[in-house]
Structures are given as C-alpha cells and as structure tokens.
Design a protein around this ligand. Structure first.
Ligand code: ADP
Ligand code: ZN
Length: 274
C-alpha cells in the first residue's frame, strides 16, 4: 500500500524558523514545546464545538499524525507527551534535570517514562486543558495511574472528556509502520520508506534535513514498546469503556481517510458526549 497526501507529512518547523542565541525558537509550537510558560497556539475556534479528546492506541497507530490533522479540523490544542520528551532530548544534556535524564533513558529503550515525570510535564501545561477549542491528548495517559490522575484533575477543574478515540491496528501493520518510519531530524516531518517515501531518499521534502530512524523505532525498542503497551496501556481500554467514553476507530488506510473516519465517529458519538 502506498499513500501520499500533503496533510500526511507534518512540517513542525519550516526552514524559515529561526533559533535565537539562547536556543529558543520563534515558531510558537516549538517555543511552547521548549518552555511550559510559552503560549500554546491552537488553531482559532470560530464558535464551533469544543472537543476534549484522548487519542489512544498502540505505538505506530498514527496518533501523532491524526492529532495534527484533527487539531486543524477541530481547532483543538494538541498536547503530545512523546513530542515533549523528544523536544527535551534535543537540549544541552547539562541543562536537563536528573528526572528528565532518567526519563529520556527510558524512552530510548522503548520503556515508559515514570508516571511522576509524565504527570509533572502534563501539569506544567495543564492550562491547555482549558483551551477554548478543546484539546487532543496524544500519548497520554498510558498507565492506569496516569488515567486516574487525569480524571481526578479534570473533575476538580470541572472539565469533561468528550471521548477517548481508540485507534485499532493489526500487529503486523504496526510492526511494518514503526520499522519503516523515518523522521526529519530538523523539522520532525514523518515519512515511511515504502508507504510514504520522500522525493529524495534520506532527505526531508520540506526542509532538506536528514531523515533518521528514531532510536525507539529500532527493532529492539519496538519489541519493548509493544510489550509495554500490552501490559500497561491496553488495560485502559476497559477503564474508558466503563466510563462510556471509548470510541473505536479503525486505523488502517491513508491519514486523510482515518481523519475523516474519526470525525464521522465523533459526530455520531456527540449525543452521548458530556
Ligand atoms: P508512540 O506512540 O509512537 O510510541 P510517542 O511519541 O507517543 O510515540 O512516545 C514516545 C515515547 O515517549 C514512549 O515510548 C515513552 O518512552 C515516552 N512517553 C510518551 N508519553 C508517555 C506517557 N504518557 N507515559 C510514559 N512514557 C511516555
Ligand atoms: Zn524536515
């Protein structure tokens, strides 16, 4: 299967993005990833419905790609814990706290970052849970403890989740996607060696930067991530089903098709949303 659409390639940083002398970027999203006090920049919501969603599913199901597409479509703020950790990984190692150094070590091997570090990271950006257009949580929560902490926080703040979108994908397709995924070192755009190859092998279509394999997309780390998903994350399906929030969506096909499928499922789910 081969698909190529403009929307499926994610330009997180354009070549025009500048980095100042302190290593800070002028791109609002990159600046926000680097600094929890920076303003997030969700697409403006001209009075539409406010969706507050968790995007759930195994690694490689395409949560990040869908979050990017849905964020523009639903005008919701995109909060990805994986993206926050990868952003921290690009800092000068001397500037990292011991907790973050440990977190990144876990990430490299495909293991989960300790709950306390993840929760601290989400708390720092909890203002986004009040964003006017709603939010898309991508890669969080991933354990029962994280889900419970989120639930307590949301109840305290009187915020109700609209749904938990559960992207379903067969194991062989997951392995194919993760193994062939290549990421631009400069701008984070995502490609696939077979399903979505760049125009020039090894180079990003958007900024010409080198395409690399994420450390946690190497075979040893993929095996760890899939095992961890089964053991620690998959049980959340039952947790959210019991809360009446689970919304299964098939994650096979092109990114645009899956996005369309998600929006349709959300519209049908709406009467049941809080
Ligand atoms: P994927 O969904 O493809 O595995 P992510 O970008 O969501 O990728 O996450 C990458 C890595 O970041 C995870 O394998 C894990 O090490 C760490 N991570 C991200 N979110 C969490 C979380 N909520 N809890 C623990 N670890 C996390
Ligand atoms: Zn690039």
């Amino acid at each position: 299967m081969e698909w190529r659409t403009d929307c499926s390639i994610i330009p997180a940083i354009s070549p025009a993005i500048a980095i100042d002398m302190n290593g800070k970027s002028n791109d609002p999203r990159v600046a926000w990833l680097q600094d929890p006090h920076a303003e997030c920049s969700p697409p403006s919501n001209p009075g539409g419905i406010c969706w507050r969603l968790v995007l759930f599913g195994p690694p490689g199901a395409g949560k990040g790609t869908q979050a990017h597409l849905l964020s523009r479509r639903l005008h919701a703020c995109h909060l990805s814990t994986g993206e926050l950790f990868r952003s921290a990984a690009s800092y000068n190692p001397c500037s990292l706290t011991p907790a973050m150094t440990t977190a990144l070590e876990h990430m490299r091997h495909g293991a989960l970052v300790p709950d306390s570090t993840v929760w601290a990271m989400v708390r720092e950006r909890s203002g986004c849970l009040h964003c006017r257009g709603g939010f898309l949580l991508d890669g969080f929560p991933r354990t029962l403890a994280q889900a419970e902490a989120l639930q307590v926080f949301l109840e305290k703040e009187q915020i109700a989740l609209s749904a938990v979108v559960d992207y379903e994908l067969p194991l062989d397709e997951i392995i194919l996607r993760l193994g062939g995924r290549r990421t631009c070192e400069q701008c984070n755009s995502v490609f696939h060696v077979i399903q979505q190859p760049p125009r020039t092998e090894g180079l990003c279509d958007h900024c010409g930067g080198p395409l690399i394999q994420r450390e946690d997309d190497r075979p040893e780390a993929i095996a760890v991530r899939l095992k961890v998903y089964q053991q620690r994350t998959a049980p959340l399906v039952q947790y959210y089903r019991q809360l009446g929030l689970l919304l299964p969506v098939a994650a096979a096909g092109s990114p645009d098709m899956i996005c369309e499928r998600t929006v349709t499922a959300l519209e049908q789910h709406r009467p049941f949303a809080a």
